[in-house]
Design a protein. Structure first.
Lengths: 291, 317
């Protein structure tokens, strides 16, 4: 890299500069590895210890004896397969709803521009100003008794899927991307007699793959990481998500089994991250940030 | 918990005329109607979801704050809910704790990512690895991270005291001691969340023109002066935006104290405003009080959000 940063290249090129650079570099790499992988090591190794060793004072750095069967025990005792399937079901359902409804909405707002479109977009974006945690109470009451249709969505996947569509940030990202698609491209298709749906399907979507990827990852990770909302609207233990299920079982299993279950719960998003690392990081800095 | 978002002003795109979709002229009323029907057809699904699960709950939040529900009967009670909330001994404590958490979280969560980004940006090697490390915890489910930290903090079998012991720091009951409970929550929260901010700062640092550093060196500026007089002013806007965003996010802290200390913590030392809202609503079934307290938080944070949006708009021009 040739970009000039804080420390001048001339300073770095001197022997003293070189030594200092490598010392700092080594220190930072060691420190960061310990700070960020240390806790993860503690998690994976804690799951391998016996129950006595996991709660022993002082703790051991390396498991005295290795017990991978804790992971199987966690899997069985906490019924992690069930929780995992539930979470996948909610996450990919939410993804499907967001991809269909939010993409259609963003396309309409960006390209079809209906009457009142700007007002609707404004109202959608205004929801970003409302702190999410404050809305939890009225949203919960709405789920208990959805007005007009008079349905109780408690313990139903709809309680996760439908509110997930109200992601103004995704709509905004999509709309901004659609805005940047050259008009000529779409006009040519319209000239050939393609309707709006056809234009969306065969022109807009194929060129929007990067942004669709970012929005999809955020949608899945969002459901995966959410805690308060699924805890409230899915009280039935057999319908809980992984994050909530582990919390509610935390006190009823031995420490080593709990730690093993944490490792298992972390694996899917970690793998997702390692595979889609570049998309996630570039989406984060290009489009904005969602926690 | 969703953090507020960093975004560009949508109006900017609209101002450029070449972006306009074709508006068929001379099609008459029927054609315009059909075009609009199609467009609204594409919109309707998302609009309905917003109406039911976002707009209506927002309105309801305002109504609930002035209502009381008893045996299924709703009555208007004026400002009663606000007085109830105000007179609750936990009210002052929750706000003090939330502010304390915010201050600590900013000292750690705002300064640490910026310094981290500064340092990473200087390296010619291993940048990818360091970014990966910093962002890794963001991808973990918060339940897993928080429960892991609970295990790390344990005064008996946790690793935290052991590691600090190496540096001569005496062992403590991190989560059980009212003096350190909140700090422990902040450390865990920073570990979990700093990745996003760090990556955004890194992107911002890449945009600082190198000539400015050269000019500063000609004037004899040392490292700290270069940071203070070049880096900070050059990234001022993104720093400010991130500061506001973090204030908004940290004032809504819930899951960290909820899982680490059971919410209230020793002597109520980690009771936050959002935890109090949760208690009113889901432990005491007092939705009115929950809404009233929520409304207070909303008004405060809406102020920050307004500043944020304004700054963000300024960023575009």
């Amino acid at each position: 890299m040739s970009t000039r940063t804080l420390i001048s290249p001339a300073q770095l090129a001197r022997p003293r500069g070189k030594v200092l650079y490598w010392v700092c570099f080594a220190l930072v790499v060691v420190l960061f590895t310990l700070a960020f992988l240390g806790p993860l090591y503690w998690m994976v190794s804690g799951g391998l210890k016996t129950t006595q060793e996991a709660v022993q004072t002082p703790p051991t750095w390396v498991p005295g004896s290795v017990h991978p069967e804790n992971y199987r025990r966690a899997w069985e005792v906490m019924d992690l397969a069930k929780l995992l399937l539930n979470t996948l079901y909610y996450a990919f359902g939410a993804l499907a709803f967001q991809l269909v409804l939010d993409v259609a909405a963003a396309y309409s707002l960006s390209r079809l521009r209906p009457v009142l479109g700007k007002a609707i977009l404004g109202l959608m974006l205004a929801t970003l100003m409302i702190p999410a945690t404050v809305l939890v109470v009225p949203q919960y009451l709405t789920v208990l008794d959805v007005p007009i249709v008079e349905r109780n969505l408690l313990d139903s996947p709809w309680a996760i899927w439908l509110p997930s569509v109200t992601n103004a940030f995704s709509i905004f990202l999509l709309k901004r991307f659609f805005d940047s698609i050259p008009k000529e491209l779409l006009d040519a298709a319209a000239m050939d007699g393609a309707g709006p749906l056809r234009v969306l399907w065969s022109i807009v979507l194929p060129v929007s793959r990067p942004i669709l990827g970012v929005v999809s990852i955020f949608a899945v990770v969002g459901v995966w990481k959410d805690f308060l909302w699924p805890m409230l609207v899915l009280p039935d233990p057999s319908r809980q998500t992984l994050a909530v299920g582990i919390y509610s079982l935390a006190t009823s299993v031995p420490e080593n089994v709990l730690i093993a279950s944490l490792t298992i719960a972390s694996l899917p998003t970690l793998l997702l991250f390692l595979v889609f690392q570049r998309n996630i990081m570039s989406g984060l800095t290009a489009g904005g940030l969602k926690g | 918990m969703s953090a507020p978002t960093l975004m560009k002003d949508p109006a900017v795109g609209d101002r450029r005329p070449r972006d306009r979709a074709p508006h068929p002229r001379g099609g008459g009323f029927g054609k315009a109607l059909r075009r609009n029907l199609t467009a609204h057809g594409f919109l309707i699904g998302a609009v309905l979801c917003f109406a039911f699960f976002s707009w209506y709950p927002i309105v309801r939040e305002f109504l609930l704050a002035f209502q009381k529900t008893e045996d299924g009967r709703v009555s208007w009670v004026g400002w009663d809910n606000f007085t109830t909330v105000w007179n609750d001994p936990a009210f002052g404590q929750a706000w003090r704790n939330t502010l304390w958490f915010t201050v600590l979280a900013l000292l750690l969560g705002f300064v640490v990512p910026f310094l981290t980004a500064l340092v990473i940006n200087e390296f010619r090697h291993g940048q990818g690895y360091l970014r990966l490390l910093v962002y890794l915890p963001v991808m973990l489910p918060p339940t897993a991270s928080v429960l892991l930290f609970k295990y790390l903090y344990d005064p008996g079998y946790g690793m935290f005291n052991e590691v600090l012991g190496v540096f001569g720091v005496p062992a403590r009951q991190w989560l059980q001691d009212p003096d350190t409970a909140m700090l422990s929550v902040v450390v865990a929260s920073t570990w979990m969340n700093m990745g996003g901010a760090t990556l955004i700062y890194l992107a911002a640092l890449q945009g600082v023109p190198g000539e400015l550093y050269e000019a500063a060196e000609l004037d004899g500026a040392g490292l700290l002066r270069k940071v203070w007089h070049v880096t900070v002013p050059q990234t001022r806007l993104i720093l400010l935006l991130m500061l506001l965003m973090q204030i908004i996010a940290t004032m809504q802290v819930f899951i960290e104290p909820f899982l680490l200390t059971g919410g209230a913590g020793p002597e109520g030392s980690t009771t936050t405003v959002v935890y109090l809202i949760y208690q009113y609503a889901f432990n005491f079934n007092d939705y009115g009080a929950a809404a009233a307290l929520g409304l207070l938080l909303l008004v405060l944070l809406a102020g920050f959000s307004a500043v944020y949006t304004k700054l963000n708009r300024a960023d575009q021009d």
